[in-house]
Design a protein around this ligand. Structure first.
Ligand code: ZN
Length: 177
């Protein structure tokens, strides 16, 4: 961060009064710019005993396999974000079952909310961020060529719960409470 989002002046590192750490503070208007973790949403998408994997076309980790996942947009619910990512990366239409896992990746500034989902049909094809998409048998998961540790963790977690219909963590949305 270099410039104030409000007035465009230079930012400096300073500890606001009463705060316990340095922040990016505007040298002109004094606005404090907080850095907070981003939310990543994604889904393990199942078609029978196969799962949807995408081969990344973009860095980081281009060429490696992942599940559809990406940053949540403002105004989206977590499930909407996961459905959008599945469509964008694999042209996959999915129904969310529930939350499989929450991963806190502090060094990346990320909280990942990863769902289990069911494909509504097996018609998948690469979106612009994917080189290839496949419905892969559990026995054929490329464990050594996964893009990120959280992808491995959530696939193992999904495998553990595969024969069950739950218990997954319910997710509540402000829009439908
Ligand atoms: Zn400013």
């Amino acid at each position: 961060m270099r410039f104030c989002t409000s007035c465009g002046a230079d930012l400096k590192l300073a500890r606001p009064e009463g705060d316990d750490r340095e922040r990016h503070v505007c040298s002109a208007c004094g606005l404090v710019h907080y850095r907070n973790p981003k939310i990543v949403v994604g889904a393990v998408c199942r078609w029978g005993y196969r799962i949807l994997l995408c081969r990344r076309a973009i860095e980081p980790r281009a060429g490696y396999w992942t599940i559809p996942a990406g940053y949540l947009e403002f105004g989206e619910s977590a499930e909407e974000g996961a459905r959008r990512e599945a469509w964008e990366e694999a042209r996959a239409e999915i129904e969310i079952d529930g939350l499989l896992a929450v991963y806190s990746v502090a060094e990346m500034g990320q909280i990942q909310l990863l769902f289990r989902a069911r494909l509504l049909n097996p018609n998948v094809s690469p979106g612009i961020e994917s080189l290839d998409v496949r419905l892969v048998d559990w026995a054929d998961v490329p464990w050594n060529d996964l893009a990120f540790p959280t992808v491995e963790w959530v696939l193992r977690r999904s495998l553990e719960t595969h024969g069950t219909s739950g218990p997954l963590v319910p997710v509540f949305n402000s829009a439908n409470r």
